[in-house]
Design a binder for this molecule. Structure first.
Ligand code: SF4
Length: 338
């Protein structure tokens, strides 16, 4: 256990955690909503500091981050727990602390220094804090991110965007990129399905842009939940108003966890969402978890030439030169190797 950041003592050995937007008030002997922070005698502790449940070398495209050093690999890690309770979670065995406990998921202890050393020795250009919500092991992610940056390794979060403003600002000098889930544009969806709120997620996305973090967004389109024209238009309009260069990944839902009796998203619905994104002026729209001839490729917003051809997370062709379209010279938004 490590003493947590971002909390203050209130009364009677209670503490207020302000790491994420739940702002839990935690009584002595209890944990917060995420199940990863314990109040012990009036001090808050991170229960999962340096306790990892996953280590993988993934293509950066798998996060998905399509405009962040394409073709490189990310040393991808996770710890147990999450501050959301999404019934459709694909990684519920590790994201839900109670389920992980019942399944007796094993964790491995590793220091921040060793983790960065492993990432470097395995030629990973970045560390990806992914699979579960990185905010809930913030103290470890922060220590790794600071060391990684010093060693020339980039950092990216795959996140639900529920981190508090204070915590985001503190890690922002070391956080190069993030893929944020924008799961819906309705408070009711966030409230009922994720047990959270939409507004803080929108504020996080906006703040990330202001802080200079490279941002891509993902929406998992679930039949009957967030696939109406009006909702998809609302999501696309929000992104377009913020920055038309933000890539929008529209992802196919497959039955999972408490949503295992639902049907998968029809390709026609994903294609409709793709066209809505384009109609709103988004320059980079992608389809994920489904195979199409075009949905994973990057096209130049100026000449429409294909600049990156992808297939199942691998790069088949890359015509971006120095961050510009190799056909017409138009700048392609993102971070690219020179
Ligand atoms: S990080 Fe955990 S304990 Fe802290 S506010 Fe969020 S859910 Fe609550």
């Amino acid at each position: 256990m490590k003493e947590a950041l971002f909390y203050k003592k209130s009364d009677d050995k209670n503490v207020d955690c302000f790491l994420c937007n739940h702002f839990c008030n935690i009584k002595n002997g209890q944990v917060g909503i995420c199940g990863a922070r314990l109040n012990k005698d009036g001090a808050l502790y991170s229960l999962n500091y340096a306790q990892l449940v996953a280590f993988n070398i993934d293509p950066i495209e798998k996060k998905p981050l399509f405009h962040f050093f394409p073709g490189t690999t990310a040393y991808s890690i996770a710890s147990i727990g999450c501050n959301f309770k999404c019934g459709f979670c694909q990684n519920w065995q590790i994201s839900q602390a109670q389920e992980a406990k019942e399944l007796q998921m094993k964790t491995v202890s590793v220091s921040a220094k060793d983790l960065v050393r492993q990432a470097k020795s395995r030629q990973c250009q970045s560390i990806s804090y992914t699979y579960t919500e990185p905010t809930i092991y913030f103290e470890f992610a922060y220590d790794c991110a600071v060391l990684a940056k010093d060693k020339g390794v980039y950092n990216n979060f795959v996140t639900n965007g529920y981190i508090s403003k204070d915590a985001l600002k503190s890690i922002s000098p070391y956080l190069d990129a993030a893929n944020v889930d924008l799961k819906s544009f309705r408070e009711e969806f966030y409230h009922k399905i994720c047990k959270a709120k939409l507004k803080p997620v929108l504020e996080t996305i906006t703040l990330m842009k202001e802080l200079g973090i490279w941002v891509e967004l993902t929406t998992l389109v679930i039949p009957g939940q967030n696939d109406s024209d009006s909702e998809l238009f609302a999501i696309a309009a929000f992104i377009a108003a913020l920055d038309k260069n933000i890539p929008w990944h529209i992802s196919c839902f497959h039955p999972s966890y408490k949503f295992d009796h639902r049907i998968a998203t029809a390709l026609s619905v994903l294609e409709k969402a793709y066209l809505i994104g384009k109609e709103k002026g988004l320059k980079y729209v992608y389809l994920g978890n489904v195979h199409t001839d075009y949905g994973e490729n990057t096209y130049c917003p100026s000449c429409s030439g294909m600049v990156i051809e992808r297939m199942s997370f691998s790069i088949k062709q890359n015509h971006i030169e120095g961050g510009k379209c190799g056909h017409c010279g138009e700048a392609i938004a993102g971070m690219f190797s020179v």
